[in-house]
Design a protein around this ligand. Structure first.
Ligand SMILES: NC(=O)c1ccc[n+]([C@@H]2O[C@H](COP(=O)([O-])OP(=O)(O)OC[C@H]3O[C@@H](n4cnc5c(N)ncnc54)[C@H](O)[C@@H]3O)[C@@H](O)[C@H]2O)c1
Length: 275
């Protein structure tokens, strides 16, 4: 029997696979049998059949790449792993890559995908308070036109009313929870995301610079250490495989239990965070 985790005979598009979780996802899904179509702003070193240089801030570049990708073969699985950490990157760029570019990429690929295919993306434990910002997130999500949504983001930023990184992650979770069931009902395509805790990738030094190493070291980690990129790539590989054929519209906190503990009170943030 073929393992339901197998990607044999499948073509997987991995966006953001130059480094970190995207690189790990392309490597693992490739080892599971997929033909990898790599997409990134930088040419990745991970093995791939095809590469498209795309800046995910640019919806036109996404549209052109997706047309070419779909002309060359099927899109059986889409992994959106591109992201920026905030800090030295502007709120506009962070929102553009982490959420607006993600949504544009997903919606551009959907017409080329079929029943049983999967889309998986990456949010973050930083988005765990999405229920507290639901109305504002839904206001942006209602703007399905990229240019209108970008104008909303620019206005919020100019008003000093935006923390780009955590807001982009809240938007990702709500987009997946809200769009996933509709997409699955209409097309049979499943759509899920993961929300990692601190993970050792090239993004980690950016977080340490922004909030301090002590903050990242003291961030609640029930498993007692940071995650590796592979430990995030495996859940992504699972979500887009037929092993997850009844999972859609789901956000999985891949944070070793941190979010659940905070939400239900078994982890007291005030005791664990540096003052
Ligand atoms: N590392 C962590 O602790 C952590 C925790 C939670 C969530 N995340 C999220 O995981 C995702 C992957 O990040 P990572 O930790 O693997 O970091 P990373 O920096 O290694 O990977 C980010 C990838 O996105 C690509 N990218 C950046 N800007 C792009 C653009 N404009 N167009 C196309 N590609 C672009 C990069 O080249 C790189 O391949 C991000 O969404 C990040 O926010 C990271």
């Amino acid at each position: 029997m073929q393992s339901p985790l197998s990607y044999e005979q499948k073509r997987a598009v991995v966006v953001g696979c130059f480094s970190g979780m995207g690189e790990a996802t392309a490597r693992i899904v490739g080892e599971l049998g997929a033909e990898i179509v790599a997409v990134d702003i930088k040419k990745p070193k991970v093995a791939h059949a095809d590469f498209f240089e795309v800046d995910c801030r640019d919806p036109g570049a996404i549209d052109s790449a997706v047309v070419e990708i779909a002309q060359a073969g099927p899109i059986d699985a889409l992994f959106y792993c591109a992201g920026l950490p905030g800090g030295s990157f502007s709120n506009i760029d962070v929102m553009s890559v982490n959420f607006l570019g993600q949504r544009h990429f997903v919606e551009a690929c959907v017409p080329h995908m079929k029943r049983g295919d999967g889309v998986a993306s990456i949010s973050s434990a930083a988005g765990m308070a999405y229920m507290m910002a639901l109305e504002r997130v839904k206001e942006l999500l209602a703007l399905t036109d990229h240019a209108e949504a970008l104008a909303w983001v620019k206005e919020a930023d100019a008003a000093g009313n935006l923390e780009g990184y955590s807001f982009s992650k809240m938007c990702t979770i709500v987009y997946v929870l809200n769009r996933g069931p509709l997409l699955t009902r209409e097309t049979g395509i499943r759509f899920n995301c993961i929300s990692p805790g601190p993970t050792d990738t090239p993004m980690m030094p950016h977080f340490e610079e922004q909030v301090g190493k002590a903050f990242m070291d003291n961030f609640p980690k029930p498993i007692g250490r940071n995650s590796s990129a592979d430990e995030q790539a495996w859940p992504l590989a699972f979500l887009n495989s037929s092993a997850a054929s009844y999972i859609s519209g789901e956000n999985i906190f891949t944070d070793g239990g941190c979010a659940g503990g905070i939400m239900t009170g078994s982890i007291d943030l005030s005791k664990m965070m540096p003052s």
